[in-house]
Design a protein around this ligand. Structure first.
Ligand code: AHR
Length: 498
């Protein structure tokens, strides 16, 4: 057994947690939309054609901001193809995923779904093959009450009230050479600034996300961000960060230590934001929108990404195990620890495509990564707290020194919310939660996700191999809490303070 002290002080706060860090992402990719959230022929379909079994599962994840419609898909998307009477919508060719798009589910259906689910819509415009004007027109369609061409188009499509979409992304991964319409940073910066300006003229109340570096691997990493921000900072509110990770070397401890690198990626992007703010002598603080994150390394070969001209092909259908669940928890812990800079974050994606939920025919499967999201998103509110760990650590192969314990903490009035992961493959950890001056008086409940086999995963035949359970292996003594965590486990719980 290892003992680790988690040292906190109520005065050492980071920032209020923006609820939008518990966001999701729905792209027209593979079976995410069709056979995912939307399947009018399914016995589970509601009056709008949405799959109630999928929506019931998704509701448990309490998603806030939902990004749509892509992703790489959006860089070839023309929104006007996907509004109006369903029968007159064209079938279009999606070059990003080599698929056919029926356009039967479009922006209006997405808004209806968002209202049903309580999501905040986060729309991405096409800056690959689209124009600033097309983006502006879409905003008018969504947000302007009446009296002009696109507002009236929405009204005649049956949506009398504006959709009122406040959060918009200026394209997707425009630094990636694979992106339709990829251009150098200087060119994108001009396009993004023009688009932002036109969109704000149409509706000044919107918030805008400009594309930052989508991976740490490109030679333009961070230079892209600097150039784009120097040009666009007065017109945008957030810069995007994306990250996909995997256990490439089949080394669980090294894989878990990737959280160091996620921290570093956030801190490096925040540093660029600060540097631009300082050099341009502006008070405006640009936040981070970590709008694609997940484990993705198995279903990323050419055969997993080529739709072969089909509608709703099986693409990117990653199967997640116990070790992936620890890494999913680490992403969220990192966002909470960086609550001062990360204001939005979206797991990519929500169903079938690199997702916590899979469908097969009429059946639905909850994957391991579902649980840490459910556990943490349902508990964490309030203000993130700094913390220090005192106890054993290990030297990882690729990411330096890492603790066996990963964590994030928030305080919300008299409630202390704690997320802890024991990354040791063998040892139980006893965590001593010490608040310095403040006193813990009561444990208010928690959940654990645990399996001794890092490769354990759920299947349609055996759905409950990796599932969360209520957990109460805690006790309070002298105003401090002690939490016992089995090896390979994720815990989230709440304590009352005096
Ligand atoms: O989420 C899958 C894809 O990953 C997205 O379409 C793209 O933005 C990223 O490269």
């Amino acid at each position: 057994m290892q003992q680790i002290k988690l040292s906190l002080n109520m005065d050492f706060t980071i920032s209020p947690i923006d609820p939008r860090i518990f966001g999701g992402f729905l792209e027209h990719l593979g079976r995410a939309v069709y056979q995912g959230v939307y399947e009018p022929g399914s016995p589970h379909a509601d009056a709008d054609g949405c799959r109630t079994d999928v929506l019931t599962a998704l509701k448990k994840l309490k998603f806030t901001a939902m990004r749509y419609p892509g992703g790489n898909f959006v860089s070839g998307y023309h929104w006007e193809d996907a509004v109006g009477p369903a029968k007159s919508r064209p079938v279009t060719r999606d070059l990003a995923w080599q698929s056919l798009e029926s356009n039967q589910f479009g922006p209006d259906e997405f808004i209806t779904l968002s209202r049903k689910m309580g999501w905040t819509p986060m729309m991405a415009v096409n800056l690959g093959t689209g124009t600033p004007e097309e983006a502006r027109n879409w905003l008018e369609y969504c947000n302007i009450e009446s009296g002009s061409k696109f507002a009236e188009m929405r009204r005649s499509n049956g949506y009398k009230k504006p959709h009122d979409v406040k959060l918009w992304c200026l394209g997707n991964e425009m630094d990636g050479p694979w992106q339709l319409g990829h251009v150098p940073a200087e060119t994108y910066a001009v396009q993004a600034q023009q688009t932002a300006n036109m969109m704000r003229m149409c509706d000044p109340s919107i918030e805008l996300v400009v594309c930052g570096s989508c991976t740490t691997d490109l030679p333009t990493y961070l230079e892209w961000d600097r150039k784009v921000l120097e040009h666009c900072k007065d017109f945008v509110d957030f810069i995007s960060v994306h990250r996909y990770v995997g256990n490439y070397g089949d080394d669980a401890l090294d894989y878990f230590a990737v959280s160091n690198s996620i921290d570093a990626q956030i801190e490096a992007t925040a540093a660029v934001c600060h540097a631009v703010q300082a050099t341009k002598k502006t008070k405006k603080r640009i936040g981070i929108s970590f709008d694609e994150w997940n484990v993705w390394y198995r279903a990323n070969k050419p055969e997993h990404m080529d739709g072969r001209g089909k509608i709703a092909p099986h693409l990117l259908e990653e199967v997640y195990n116990m070790e992936d669940a620890l890494v999913a928890a680490s992403f969220l812990n990192s966002f909470i620890r960086h609550a001062d800079s990360v204001k939005i974050a979206n797991i990519a994606q929500i169903v079938n495509v690199i997702a916590p939920i899979l469908t097969k025919g009429d059946d639905v499967l909850i994957q391991s990564i579902f649980y840490p999201i459910e556990m943490i998103a349902n508990r964490f509110k309030g203000t993130a707290l700094q913390s220090a760990l005192v106890g054993p650590s290990y030297e990882s192969k690729s990411h330096g020194k890492a603790s066996f314990l990963d964590r994030s903490i928030s305080v919300d009035g008299k409630n202390l919310h704690i997320s802890l992961s024991n990354r040791s493959l063998e040892d139980e950890i006893e965590v001593l939660v010490d608040l310095g001056g403040a006193t813990i008086v009561k444990f208010d409940g928690g959940e654990i996700l645990h399996h001794s086999d890092p490769k354990a995963h759920n299947t349609f035949e055996k759905k409950d191999t990796v599932v969360s359970k209520p957990y109460s292996e805690t006790h309070i003594s002298d105003g401090k809490a002690i939490v016992k965590l089995p090896p390979l486990s994720v815990f989230a719980g709440t304590f009352s303070l005096e």
